[in-house]
Design a protein around this ligand. Structure first.
Ligand code: F6P
Length: 344
């Protein structure tokens, strides 16, 4: 029987992927497997793009941001002959199992390969958006919110000095976790998340009150929030291979800043942290979570638990069905309303 495990990382990179690769490789080698990296996400399986992976090559991966395997948003199910090519590569490389590290899209592909083609696939959840179900947290989230928090603190300094309103736009796609946690942890005066259309009267009231009291104000917005007055219909947006709207250049921070300035007369500036919040060394939390889910993935392979994903539940790392993780996006639920009402 083959003893070779391939690992790939798909979708947006995030801090914690390299620790997860290390965890998976070190555990797999301990269990007697050999590892190989597939580069550039699912494109690597389609085209058979490989790179060596072993203990030595991954030793310091625990300290590093990004992904040493590179990534892409390739969807083999959307390419002519893509699925067949993946199955052929799996055979040609003589793989026993594949560990796919990714978010809802990458793991959605993994789910289909397991369900429809009975491939020995195991998943590892990653995303800075923290929007995967069946796991309490995903690595990447803690580091990116920490970076956004640092950006917010810098905006508070300059906003306070110039007596301005500052608007910080953060990533997070269609889930408001990054914006919400950044806003709470930065003592922002208002937060805009995609799960709730912005209450513009409340936004203007909070900003005016904050500015009257302390001569500056901070608003944090998600890249995907909605201003009812402006609407999203003004232009057609590009879709990626998974059918998701590409949110770049949507300009929510700028639009909200313009709206505030126009309706309050207060001088307002905006800043977009963008990809700076997705790079850099992982925080302690993301190193620990990454390495733990990586080790668990190798254990799931060893135990023949295919179609599973390693997940953080409470403080334990357990296997959960991949389908549970990808069935529904985890967005900010109504449970958070109480806390939001207290703080904003
Ligand atoms: O899903 C992770 C994420 O960083 C989102 O928060 C963001 O909308 C998107 O990826 C950006 O994607 P790209 O790197 O392709 O511009």
């Amino acid at each position: 029987m083959s003893k070779k495990i391939a690992i790939l990382t798909g979708g947006g990179d995030c801090p914690g992927l390299n620790p997860a690769i290390k965890g998976c490789v070190w555990a797999a080698e301990k269990f007697g497997y050999e590892c190989v990296g597939l580069t550039d996400g699912w494109k690597g399986l389609v085209e058979g793009l490989t790179t060596p992976l072993n203990r030595e090559l991954t030793e310091y991966a625990i300290t590093q941001g990004g992904t040493m395997l590179a990534t892409s948003r390739t969807n083999p199910f959307k390419q002519e002959g893509g699925v067949q090519k993946c199955l052929e590569t799996f055979k040609r490389l003589d793989l026993y199992a594949l560990v796919a590290m990714g978010g809802e899209d990458t793991l959605g592909v993994a789910t289909r390969f397991y369900r429809d083609h009975r491939l020995n696939v195991v998943g590892v959840p990653k995303t800075m958006d923290n929007d995967l179900s069946a796991t309490d947290y995903t690595f990447g989230f803690d580091t990116s919110v920490t970076k956004a928090m640092e950006a917010a603190a810098a905006l508070v300094d300059t906003g306070r000095s110039h007596r301005r309103v500052m608007v910080l736009e953060v990533m997070g796609r269609h889930a408001g976790w990054v914006a919400l946690f950044t806003a709470i942890a930065s003592a922002a005066d208002f937060v805009c998340i995609p799960e709730r259309t912005i209450d513009t009267a409340a936004l203007l009231k909070k900003v005016k009150e904050a500015h009257a009291r302390k001569k500056f104000a901070l608003v944090v917005t998600s890249e995907a929030s909605e201003l009812p007055e402006v609407g999203e219909g003004e232009q057609k947006r590009e879709l990626d291979q998974f059918g998701h709207v590409i949110l770049k250049d949507r300009g929510m921070g700028e639009r909200i800043a313009g709206y505030i300035e126009k309706n309050t007369g207060l001088e307002t500036r905006h800043a977009v942290i963008g990809h700076m919040q997705r790079g850099g060394a992982p925080t302690l939390f993301d190193r620990m979570l990454g390495v733990r889910v990586g080790v668990k993935a190798a254990e799931l392979v060893r135990d023949g638990q295919f179609g599973q994903m390693s997940a953080l539940v409470g403080n334990r790392i357990i296997g959960v069905p991949l389908e549970k993780a990808t069935g529904e996006l985890k967005t900010v639920s109504a449970d958070w309303n109480g806390l939001m009402e207290v703080l904003f």
